[in-house]
Design a protein around this ligand. Structure first.
Ligand code: 3PG
Ligand code: MG
Length: 399
């Protein structure tokens, strides 16, 4: 694999050149106020942007936000992100109110050396996510016209075969940004020869989302700890009733099969916090995993499970964690996620937190980010990397 890097581009000199940077600025927004609730992904791209502005490039940043349907939709505007990015960079960010139209053209044309522009949401254009090569290509042509070189620093989106990720690099000299490089370096330590014991903690709501990664990891890991909403389908596969907890009926057989093949590597909860309703103030008790009352819904792993998982984590040399253990957004059901996160933070292991919700949980629970080896900005991307899949955005950077 030979990928040129930002340093290669800087060595060529970028002063006065327009550099198109694909970032993943898909940050969570508060539904009521529209405020950015976690700016981790914006901060993660600063090293690349600062290096480029410092070297005198005209920096044109593009990103998606949310999943608009190929047309402008104000609730998914990147405008608030432009404001926050400017604050963090300590310099104004010029915002284009379209992606490849009149506003984008005049904004890019007006850029002085060392300045930054942000284009409006890529997914306001149907070409970005189109399955049709020609339609994607036509949009990529328009985007590529804004750069003399292309930097991919959107690790969270490298698993998408989208115009800005997959087709633009075919049209411009292209390099990997600092974030993409670091993510790949770290994750390749997990797929290579991880130091043992190697323990993986998986949570989140759906087994079906994690099935491929479970299949890929089972032969490699020493222990696989399963919590979160997906644990109930496994508990059902063990023969337990799960009340009205989240259940993927059609996955029960698959889970039974995985348990049989796992050689005892899979650890499941022995107790859960079961509530009257899916609500922050619902009445709740800790119950044994084989005794969930029929009308109750499991919303977190219980303290005995946290202790058991913690014991498995304490001796680990390598840990990968993806997915919350419970509904951590509700304080009553955050203890499991907090307990696991705090345990992981305290180990001497090489620790990687995989993206999306788990990274947001670390920050929302007020844990010190620096006590983790690496917090990935990619949820789906980090899982697909660990599955050993070819990632369209990475493949496009390879020469
Ligand atoms: C993410 O949040 O997982 C990335 O930004 C990719 O977004 P997507 O799942 O909507 O493609
Ligand atoms: Mg996603």
């Amino acid at each position: 694999m030979s990928i040129r890097t930002l340093d290669d581009l800087l060595a060529e000199g970028v002063s006065g050149r327009r550099v198109l940077v694909r970032a993943d600025l898909n940050v969570p927004l508060d539904k009521q106020s529209g405020d950015i609730t976690d700016d981790g992904r914006i901060r993660a791209v600063l090293p690349t942007l600062s290096a480029l502005t410092g070297a005198g490039a005209k920096v044109v940043v593009c990103s998606h936000l949310g999943r608009p349907k190929g047309a402008p939709d104000p609730q998914f505007s990147l405008r608030p992100v432009a404001g926050r990015l400017g604050e963090l960079l300590g310099a104004p960010v010029h915002f284009a109110t379209d992606t490849v139209g009149e506003s984008a053209r005049s904004t890019v044309d007006a850029l002085a050396d060392g300045e930054v522009a942000l284009l409006e949401n890529l997914r306001f254009n149907s070409g970005e996510t189109s399955k049709d090569d020609a339609e994607r290509g036509a949009f990529a042509d328009q985007l590529a016209a804004f750069g003399d070189a292309y930097v991919d620093d959107a690790f969270g989106a490298v698993h998408r075969k989208h115009a800005s990720v997959h087709d633009v690099p075919a049209r411009l000299p292209h390099v990997a940004g600092r974030l993409v490089l670091r993510e790949v370096e770290v994750l390749s330590r997990l797929t290579g020869e991880p130091q043992r014991p190697y323990v993986v903690v998986l949570g989140g709501s759906k087994v079906s989302d994690k099935l491929a990664v479970i299949e890929a990891l089972l032969p490699t890991v020493d222990r696989l700890l399963i919590g979160g909403g997906m644990c109930f389908t496994f508990l059902k596969a063990q023969g337990h009733e799960v009340g009205s907890s989240l259940l993927e009926e059609e996955m029960v057989e698959t889970c039974r099969n995985l348990l049989e093949r796992s050689e005892g590597k899979i650890m499941l909860p022995v107790d859960v916090v079961a509530a009257d309703a899916f609500a922050p103030d619902a009445a709740h008790d800790t119950v044994p995993a084989d005794g969930i009352p029929s009308k109750r819904v499991g919303l977190d792993i219980g303290p005995e499970t946290v202790a058991g998982f913690a014991a498995a984590l304490k001796g680990a040399r390598t840990i990968f964690w993806n997915g919350p253990m419970g509904v951590f957004e509700m304080p009553a059901f955050a203890h499991g996620t907090r307990g696991i996160a705090e345990t992981i933070a305290k180990t001497d292991a090489f620790t990687v937190v995989g993206g999306g919700d788990s990274a947001a949980a670390v920050r929302a629970l007020g844990l010190d980010e620096s006590s983790f080896g690496h917090i990935s900005t990619g949820g789906g991307a980090s899982l697909e990397y660990l599955e050993g899949k070819t990632l369209p955005g990475i493949a496009a950077l390879e020469n």
